[in-house]
Design a binder for this molecule. Structure first.
Ligand code: ZN
Length: 261
């Protein structure tokens, strides 16, 4: 019988949350211990703003996106609908394929948030941070989360993502986003090796540059292979020369203002 509506009970319920908390603490600790760039702007105000925006967007995700996507994921498995559910593979292999497909389709969504003016209005809030550290990972306009809900449901439905695969993807995605926004300086060889597979802080810093050619690159949020496949990978050294911000963001009368042209 083909059921997959319950999570496995082998590990204690709180094990994934503890593992995630460990990763979050390690990132927060090491980005202060080994910063990639010196943060020059007043920290408290910026961090407060990022956390406030993060609380709103996490509220929207928790109240709207997560319950709807989980309910759909349960019915997708029950009805054996969606692409990976048609593949004759064990549950765990289907789940891994679904996680990879979720990651790829998030790459496409990220491109859309830059290319479609309506979506860019909301995603711009994320790019208006003038520094980059793990708090930038929280800085999303809650409306960006709300408008992404139909897309998330489409992903789950078309891919055939099970509830277990969805939860796994959500956790990996959260940790990856925190990691690649962090101000963590990794040893050069380690970062080069990681870049072959994953989105690293140096790669993503280029995406947050205020140069338009940089921003239109490095769209991956988990695996870096999507940028390689689409020819949108951009490596630039040294990254200390990058100015963090958004294209068309200029100083006027001592304030940062956004001009589309
Ligand atoms: Zn972006």
């Amino acid at each position: 019988m083909h059921t997959q509506t319950r999570l496995p009970r082998k590990l204690p319920d709180h094990a994934p949350a503890l593992a995630m908390a460990g990763v979050v603490i390690a990132i927060l600790f090491f980005e202060r211990r080994r910063p990639a760039r010196k943060l020059s702007r007043p920290l408290a105000r910026r961090i407060g703003r990022n956390i406030a925006l993060g609380a709103l967007s996490m509220g929207a995700a928790g109240l709207l996106e997560s319950p709807l996507a989980r309910r759909l994921a349960r019915s997708v498995v029950k009805g054996r609908s969606g692409l990976v559910q048609q593949i004759p593979l064990p549950h765990w292999a289907r789940d891994l394929l679904a996680v990879a497909a979720m990651d790829y389709t998030i790459y496409l969504w990220h491109v859309a948030t830059h290319r479609i003016p309506f979506l860019w209005r909301f995603h711009l809030v994320h790019h208006l941070d003038r520094e980059l550290d793990s708090t930038t990972a929280l800085r999303f306009h809650f409306a960006e989360i709300i408008v992404s809900v139909p897309y998330r449901l489409l992903q789950v439905r078309v891919i055939g993502t099970s509830e277990r695969a969805l939860l796994l993807w959500q956790r990996l995605f959260f940790m990856s986003v925190l990691f690649h926004h962090s101000n963590l300086r990794l040893p050069d060889t380690l970062e080069r090796r990681l870049e072959l597979l994953l989105t690293t802080p140096r790669m993503h810093r280029i995406h947050h540059s205020d140069e338009v050619q940089d921003t239109n690159s490095n769209w991956s949020s988990g695996l870096s292979i999507w940028d390689r496949l689409h020819g949108t990978l951009r490596a630039r050294a040294p990254d200390d020369s990058i100015r963090i911000g958004a294209p068309n963001l200029r100083v006027e009368d001592g304030n940062y203002r956004y001009r589309r042209h």
